[in-house]
Design a protein around this ligand. Sequence first.
Ligand code: 2P0
Length: 337
Amino acid sequence: MSVTATAYPNIALIKYWGKRDDALHLPETSSLSLTLGVFATVTTVTVSDELAADSVTVAEVPAPPRFAARVTGFLDLVRDLAGDRRRAQVCTVNTGPTGAGLASSASGFAALAFAASGAYGLDLDRRALSRLARRGSGSASRSIYGGFAQWHRGEGSGAAGDLSSYAEPVEAPRLDPALVVALVDAREKAVDSREAMRRTVETSPFYRPWVQSSEQDLRDMHTALAAGDLAAVGEIAERNALGMHATMLGARPAVRYFSPGSMRVLDRVLALRAAGVAAYATMDAGPNVKVLCDRRDSAEVAAALAETDSAIRVLVATPGPGAAVSGLGESSADDHR
Ligand code: 2P0
């Protein structure tokens, strides 16, 4: 059985940064994101009797061992759920930069959750798929849905935590947003986000205060989304993201993802606001900057960001769809070699 699924990255407006359970990927805080309509990941999983081991390719090239091991670990979860020990071939193609703070692991594990659960014959609803995707990468739980989504931190540990930590869609019908992505550097980051968040939780004196403020940010964000108040949404998102980066600067040793180029883009966003354009920045585990604005202002914002000599590429993303199965087949693993 072969299943192909497509998923899109999401950018958090209220960030996920830090786990209370590393094995189950249970977060310290709830987070809220917008799924983008760009940089899809397309993944095909083919289950076969003939494979002695899982095989994983990324863009038709054998995956690096660390990533292949992560995929196999994820497939083991799916095999346990399905009671099926057969091995699988995983072929994944990312249309965006990988490991550059553009949420490639979110789209990647959301697509893998859909494709693998389908290929192993599981019939999971979106909540179960979100919980499953979470086990691959926390932020992937949110890419199961299009538009805005909240990943609940859930309550408790062990099975109770696992059952209660999933994402759900959040309606914001009065907003027509865009995220303008300023690509400052498309290279893979030096410190991966998993290590960076672990170090932050364990060593940063600024971490707990951010966790507390994030709870208020989330409540305020719901109010702003319901009111369709883009300026409030942007202000809350910007302060939440800068606060997250402050926690990392307090880690020992510090983790710093923004670069001089990122700063020039952030300055440009401030200049846009001073000129009356509602534009607000957020940044993740990398130097790239994403700017939230109204869709009608997105061309102006994109032009302004492109004028900085820091952005090597600027593109306008509007809200994208949730993960979905895009192909089914009965093909054998050989078909994909
Ligand atoms: C987020 N990030 O909310 C935050 C903001 C990066 C900065 O989720 O360890 O790849 O696989 O659960 O999901 C990146 O972390 O981490 C992330 P794991 P993930 O989007």
